[in-house]
Design a protein around this ligand. Structure first.
Ligand code: GTP
Ligand code: MG
Length: 204
């Protein structure tokens, strides 16, 4: 058996774009359990989603912050596993959008996070170099209003700091947020299997 097989890589049978919503009434009818990806603009939400699904470019990524302006839904079937939906949320905290626009995204996100019956878990992404800031604390407080929701914390872009700096940075971040954290990189695919394991756990 090769080293790769022994890591029990999660394989994706199918993954496809299902719907986009820029207003609450455009959110699709609830179906499979949903895992939403939230975080600051440019933190790497769409990249982590693509990494997990092993589909380059399924969710659009960009150097320009504020790229994902809608809620995008993806239907996923794990090989030998469950069906689920991945939900790519618009990023927050980007200064260059108008007040009106950012208020409208916020409304959309809050209505989704507050009301979506099929939502099982929110993966909150933080850049390993930035850590947990006011916006993340606000979001964590907001999510705590629905105690049945699982919140998973993932640090992104760990390839941007040295290997020896990664572990202490992750420990600090986890302590700040009060939850266990997974370090990930969409470049190296570090953390993919661990994050998948935690996501799959929430579905059982
Ligand atoms: P919005 O949709 O604007 O909120 O951004 P996003 O959070 O979806 O970020 P996106 O995935 O588009 O990534 C933003 C930028 O960061 C892109 O230029 C990515 O290539 C880069 N990036 C994302 N993940 C990683 C990573 O793990 N390592 C490195 N080095 N770059 C990354
Ligand atoms: Mg995005």
């Amino acid at each position: 058996m090769s080293a790769r097989e022994s890591t029990k890589e999660v394989r994706i049978a199918t993954a496809e774009f299902a719907a986009a919503a820029s207003k609450p009434d455009q959110v699709p009818k609830p179906g499979a359990p949903e895992i939403a990806f939230a975080g600051r603009s440019n933190v790497g939400k769409s990249s982590v989603l693509n990494m997990l699904l092993a589909r380059k470019g399924l969710a659009r990524t960009s150097n320009t912050p504020g790229r994902t302006r809608q809620i995008n839904f993806f239907d996923v079937k794990v090989a030998g596993g469950p069906e689920l939906s991945f939900v790519d949320l618009p990023g927050y905290g980007y200064a260059k959008v108008s007040k009106a626009e950012s208020a409208s995204w916020r409304g959309l996100m809050e209505s989704y996070l507050q009301n979506r019956a099929t939502l099982r878990a929110v993966v909150l992404l933080v850049d390993i170099r930035r850590g947990v800031e006011d916006e993340e604390r606000d979001l964590l407080e907001f999510l705590a209003l629905r105690p049945e929701l699982v919140v998973l914390l993932a640090a992104t872009k760990i390839d941007k700091i040295s290997r020896s700096a990664q572990k202490p940075a992750l420990t600090t971040l986890g302590r700040e947020a009060g939850v266990r954290i997974v370090g990930t990189s969409a470049e190296t695919r570090a953390g993919r299997e661990e994050l998948w394991a935690r996501i799959l756990e929430t579905l059982t």
